[in-house]
Design a protein around this ligand. Structure first.
Ligand SMILES: Cc1ncc(COP(=O)(O)O)c(C=O)c1O
Length: 370
């Protein structure tokens, strides 16, 4: 078997989760496990979180009905599962069958809810758009729409939420504007005695730096997996990355001064070097834009990736690294006192760790190391 693996530390996942719980003073948590737990493996992540006894998640959050059904069918948890994507009419039977909670997020969906005759009541959460500008009922009309929903016989409002666009930025003024709009809607609903169930808003950025947004439950995603959502937040929760991408050196060869390696000849050896090939490439999520920029941690030291990243293979200059065929190499993550984690990748690729861990492809087996 190819030795390229994503090592997942469920111990670190639990550590991060409990650190978040502590930060929010043991408030209920909706663990966001969409996109296969940001590439870490949803079922294993849920299994680990479910082992935490009384501290375990109150809800789980996913993007899609398919993800929710997979989780429900696994029987790993009895917790409610919320999907963030707007519910489609043809999906409602499955929502009911698998006891999954859809998000209601636009006026046009009112008709779906109204005309659907069901024997059991459908629980929904309502997304209020306070400025994210993606999904949700506009905060200006939210009061009216929520009131209409509250009058639909077959529907129970189990919760109401909003989502921040900039809670991970240092300047919190827009997040505070969103929060103010949300509170205004909640105030109107309360004054009319309209029951909205569980109120939630805080993603990782808000959990770190906006305690006013905690309400009844918080919704961490990226922080569970050990990363701060941006480089601007506080680090007021200690986090440990959960995924480490590892492989082995499979061949070693001498490259003479002046010779090139790999496609496109973007790397020329400046002196005689020893080049190691490692069986990972862009088909595995090792982004091609890391060409000549990536790093590896091997034998306690850092080596440089050289030449174009190819579909299945990359090269490193290991001249000074005392490696041999079979030496373990860390391609993303921390080892010893060396670090080349998803934030280091993100700086090169002009992205965020979310995209990095999600993009480690299915071809890379996830192995659970503790
Ligand atoms: C509705 C919703 N809530 C919470 C989260 C978790 O956000 P984060 O990963 O920044 O903590 C997400 C993820 O994008 C989301 O879409």
């Amino acid at each position: 078997m190819r030795p390229t693996l994503a090592e997942i530390s469920l111990k670190n996942l639990k550590f991060n989760y409990l650190s978040i719980k502590k930060k929010v003073k043991q408030r209920p948590v909706m663990a966001v496990v969409k996109a296969d737990a940001y590439g870490h493996g949803m079922l294993k992540a849920v299994e680990a979180l479910e082992s935490l006894g009384d501290a375990k998640p109150f809800y789980y959050g996913v993007a899609l009905l398919e993800e929710a059904v997979e989780l429900r069918k696994s029987k790993l948890t009895n917790a409610p599962i919320l999907t963030f994507s707007p519910v489609r009419e043809d999906e409602i039977p499955e929502y009911l069958k698998f006891k999954i909670i859809p998000t209601f997020s636009s006026e046009s969906q009112l008709e779906i809810l109204k005309k659907y005759k069901v024997e059991r009541k459908l629980k929904v959460h309502i997304n209020v758009d306070t400025g994210m500008g993606r999904l949700g009922i506009n905060y200006r009309t939210a009061f009216e729409v929520v009131r209409e929903i509250s009058e639909i016989e077959n529907v129970t409002i189990d919760g109401i939420y909003t989502h921040f666009a900039t809670s991970d930025e240092k300047n919190k003024s827009y997040a505070l504007t969103q929060l103010g709009r949300f509170k205004e809607v909640l105030g109107e609903l309360e004054s009319e005695n309209i029951k909205v169930g569980i109120i939630h808003a805080a993603n990782s950025g808000a959990i770190l730096d906006l305690p006013e947004a905690y309400f009844d439950m918080v919704r961490p995603g990226i922080s569970l997996y050990g990363y701060y959502p941006s480089l601007e937040t506080s680090e007021s929760i200690k986090l440990k990355p959960v995924m480490k991408l590892v492989s082995q050196i499979t061949t070693l060869k001498k490259v003479r001064k002046g010779e090139s390696v790999s496609y496109g000849r973007i790397y020329f050896a400046k002196r005689n070097i020893l080049a190691a090939s490692v069986p990972i490439g862009y088909a595995d999520g090792y982004n091609r834009a890391l060409s000549n920029e990536g790093k590896g941690i091997v034998k306690g030291g850092v080596v440089k990736q050289i030449g174009r990243v190819t579909m299945d293979r990359i090269l490193f200059d290991v001249t000074n690294a005392k490696v041999k065929v079979g030496s373990r190499i860390v391609l993303m993550g921390r080892e010893g006192n060396k670090n080349f984690d998803a934030w280091e990748w993100s700086k090169i690729l002009n992205t965020i760790p979310y995209e990095i861990t999600c993009n480690i492809s299915k071809r890379v087996p996830r192995i659970y190391v503790d």
